[in-house]
Design a protein around this ligand. Structure first.
Ligand code: GDP
Ligand code: IMO
Ligand code: MG
Length: 423
């Protein structure tokens, strides 16, 4: 098994949590390397149902260690809540969770600014999760960030916070918001730190020695390829690198060390937030997908926009991430559809065009060209063997495989850990 990375092949919420929970049975380390609590990874196993925002979804496997590596931005309040929830459910976290001191802190002003900036933009808003992700990463890259390691030394933290509050309060005031007090922020964060301190340790040597000893490691990608800050549908993206290459900066793991790169895609397409979505269905079929698939955000509860499967997107995701295999999730959601469409490519003004030919404005104008396949009209929920799938479900999967040219290794047929086919 060695080093496997899981990457969202669409706009997030592909069911990465489910696949990670399944694969972590065999992994000794599970690592988050980017994003923050904008992620919501649903895991349903013998412990119950959980939405993991920060702690790697592999924490449910008793023999796995969970690492929040340096590329992740951390809201301490959310982290402490997550630790408490796990402990309440009898999942031991002590000596199993490691958090890099290099992780940047999501501060209260980041969350306020996230919401204020969205409001100021009006109809040009991004539709962020409002968790302070963009402003936190912006501070990181503009040398204004405060890291968990800074918090370990109260004097260092107070000095850094003082400088930031001088700047941030000017911005907040200009935007008509209430100014923040150093005392209040310190009080809150110092008390949260007491709970988190035992887990803060530089994980590089742990990761490095695990790699040298050929341990089984899972890298848990968050968000999805088309939310990548460079290659996604900018500006309707997130603030981090969501692609395979993000592991180098985000966890100190270089691409050459990866043994498998698994792209996770839903059997149809969804997106939360604003931005172009060529195969979006604004009709009753889209509504049916949303209802059947319970397509409401795991983090914000917002209804997800729904549409048919988009081969052009998966092809691009496969190229840019170097997928070695694909996992298709939520195939069971299509059980009752008499016909299922696949967008095979895009055209613009009658000419074939690629995803990467243009920007978001360009993508909002392309026309998807569909191939219609027959549905299977029977329940495949919980099927564990490929041979037990109806012919039309096999044909649908074969069509995707043929068009993308990459093996579908996993087919998820339900929410639970064991409702999956390994081909
Ligand atoms: P993630 O962010 O990629 O981990 O995905 P989310 O957890 O945000 O959203 C995926 C949703 O689909 C969750 O509610 C999962 O429980 C659910 N899910 C995952 N795989 C399957 C599947 O194969 N079938 C069904 N019915 N639901 C699934
Ligand atoms: P998981 O890991 C789906 C989207 C937001 C918004 C854009 C920017 O669960 O797949 P942000 O708060 O990151 O600044 O918002 O990115 N977004 C996600 N959409 N799944 C996610 O994570 C997402 N994380 C961010 O909806 O459009
Ligand atoms: Mg999610």
């Amino acid at each position: 098994m060695a080093l496997i990375i899981i990457i969202g092949a669409q706009w997030g919420d592909e069911g990465k949590g489910k696949i990670i929970d399944y694969l972590s049975k065999k992994s000794e380390y599970v690592i988050r390397f980017h994003g923050g609590n904008n992620a919501g990874h649903t895991v349903i196993n013998s412990y119950g149902k959980f939405t993991m925002h920060l702690i790697p979804s592999g924490i449910f496997n008793k023999s796995s260690k969970a690492i929040i590596a340096n590329g992740v931005v951390v809201d301490l309040e959310v982290l402490v809540e997550e630790i408490n929830t796990l402990e309440e459910h009898g999942i031991k976290v002590k000596n199993r969770l490691f958090i890099s001191p290099r992780c940047h802190l999501i501060m209260s002003y980041h969350k306020i600014l996230d919401l204020l900036l969205e409001k100021e933009k009006g109809s040009a808003k991004i539709g962020t999760t409002g968790r302070g992700i963009g402003p936190c990463y912006a501070d990181k890259v503009s040398y204004n960030g405060i890291r968990i390691g800074d918090l370990l030394d109260k004097k260092v933290f107070s000095e850094k916070l003082k400088i930031q509050l001088t700047i941030k309060n000017k911005i907040l005031q200009a935007l008509g918001a209430t100014m923040l007090s150093q005392k209040d922020i310190e009080k809150e964060l110092f008390s949260l730190l007491d709970k988190v301190r035992p887990f803060v340790i530089e994980p590089f040597s742990i990761i490095y020695s695990a790699l040298q000893n050929k341990k089984n490691i899972l890298l848990e990608g968050a968000q999805g390829t088309f939310l990548d800050n460079d290659w996604g549908t900018y500006p309707f993206v997130t603030a981090s690198t969501t692609l395979t290459g993000g592991t180098n900066a985000g966890a100190g793991i270089h691409p050459n060390q990866l043994s498998k790169i698994i792209g996770v895609a839903k059997a149809y397409t969804t997106r939360v937030g604003e931005g172009p979505f060529p195969t979006e269905l604004l009709d009753s079929t889209g509504e049916k997908i949303r209802t059947e698939g319970s397509e409401f955000g795991a983090t914000t509860g917002r209804p997800r926009r729904c549409g048919w499967f988009d081969i052009e997107l998966l092809k691009f995701a496969a190229k840019i991430n170097g997928f070695t295999e694909i996992a298709i999730t939520k195939l069971d959601i299509l059980d009752s559809f008499p016909e299922i469409k696949i967008a095979t490519h895009y055209t613009l003004n009658g000419k074939k065009v690629n995803y990467f030919d243009g920007d978001s404005n360009f993508l909002s104008k392309v026309k998807p060209v569909y191939k219609t396949l027959k549905g299977w009209k029977e329940s495949i929920k919980g099927i564990k063997k490929y041979k037990d799938l109806p012919l039309n479900a096999k044909n649908y999967l074969k069509e995707i495989e043929k068009l993308v040219g990459i093996k579908i290794k996993y087919i998820s047929t339900g929410v639970k850990r064991n409702e999956i086919i390994k081909t």
